[in-house]
Design a protein around this ligand. Structure first.
Ligand SMILES: NC(=O)c1ccc[n+]([C@@H]2O[C@H](COP(=O)([O-])OP(=O)(O)OC[C@H]3O[C@@H](n4cnc5c(N)ncnc54)[C@H](OP(=O)(O)O)[C@@H]3O)[C@@H](O)[C@H]2O)c1
Length: 272
């Protein structure tokens, strides 16, 4: 495949594992200068070193996107290192799972800060940098939980709905400017995010086909290339979540059967 991102400067949050790592590796493989960010130094530095060893151009920034000063420093360091910004991928996210009453107020606020406030802030900070290049791309990693309300993950679901709403509205505000805002909405993905402790994850989540981090990374790069508004993985889940959103009664009626399917998948995964 031709290098779609030759010499483009790409900043990926949450790039030391999972989807962000896979996307960062692919961007570097297509010629981009990649800034990778995460909180933990050891894993981040290992990924940066491995991209460089493969001939790619990469720089690591240890930053917690939930901290405003870190978000600003991440973009400042991107510009200082590679001279500008062409693509921002807001991928870092977390999920304190369980019913709202079982989670502390601090945990709920943490999800709002990292999954919604941080990408809004980073996008706002990135816009003048993208304008200075005459255009650019922002890609937000949301979730199927941002397409259909998800009990057991009410706040997580709210942050991903909010991220999609922000992104679609901003995309309209920016029409004709050369700056696009895209959303990638995956179902379950085979990363530590859900595979680390299968029992903690809702049955509903596992009712949908599991994508690989590489498949989601492909969707991220496709959006960073063509600026399409949204890509949903897998395509069958797009139809299901659209139907459940438009007809919420149907969504609730289907849920018990989907949860039974998810429990069977979890049982298989437990057996390995
Ligand atoms: N896996 C799924 O099933 C799934 C499904 C739908 C949507 N998603 C979304 O996809 C995105 C990536 O998920 P993933 O599955 O790749 O997760 P993952 O494998 O757990 O990786 C998460 C990455 O984000 C970083 N991170 C977490 N909190 C951060 C913070 N406050 N500041 C900076 N970096 C942070 C982590 O590194 P540190 O911990 O070192 O910071 C790590 O690099 C998330 O937004 C998630 O909501 C995932």
């Amino acid at each position: 495949m031709a290098a779609r991102f030759q010499d483009k400067v790409v900043c990926v949050t949450g790039a030391s594992a999972g989807i962000g790592e896979a996307a960062a590796r692919r961007f570097a493989g297509e010629g981009a200068k990649v800034v990778l960010s995460a909180r933990g130094a050891e894993r981040l530095e290992a990924v940066v070193a491995s991209i460089r060893a493969a001939g790619g151009t990469a720089h690591g920034v240890i930053a917690d996107v939930g901290v405003d000063a870190d978000a600003q420093r991440l973009l400042d360091e991107t510009v200082a290192t590679f001279g500008g910004l062409d693509v921002l991928v807001n991928n870092a996210g977390l999920h304190h799972r369980g019913p709202v009453l079982d989670r502390s107020a601090a945990e709920l606020a943490d999800m709002v800060h990292v999954n919604l406030r941080a990408p809004v802030l980073l996008t706002r900070l990135a816009l003048p940098l993208l304008q200075a290049r005459g255009g650019g791309r922002v890609v937000q990693v949301a979730s199927l939980a941002g397409r259909v309300p998800t009990p057991g993950g009410a706040t997580y679901s709210a942050t991903k709905f909010g991220l999609r709403a922000f992104s679609f509205a901003l995309a309209d505000e920016l029409a004709g400017t050369g700056i696009t805002i895209s959303v990638v909405s995956p179902g379950p993905v085979d990363t530590g995010f859900i595979m680390g402790d299968v029992d903690e994850v809702s049955d509903l989540t596992f009712s949908q086909p599991i994508s690989t981090a590489a498949q989601v990374a492909d969707a991220v790069l496709a959006c960073a290339h063509d600026g399409k508004r949204e890509r949903t993985l897998p395509p069958t889940s797009r139809l299901l979540t659209t139907a459940a959103y438009v007809l919420p009664g149907l969504g609730r009626a289907l849920r018990p059967a989907l949860e039974r399917k998810g429990r069977r998948v979890k049982a298989r995964l437990r057996k390995g």
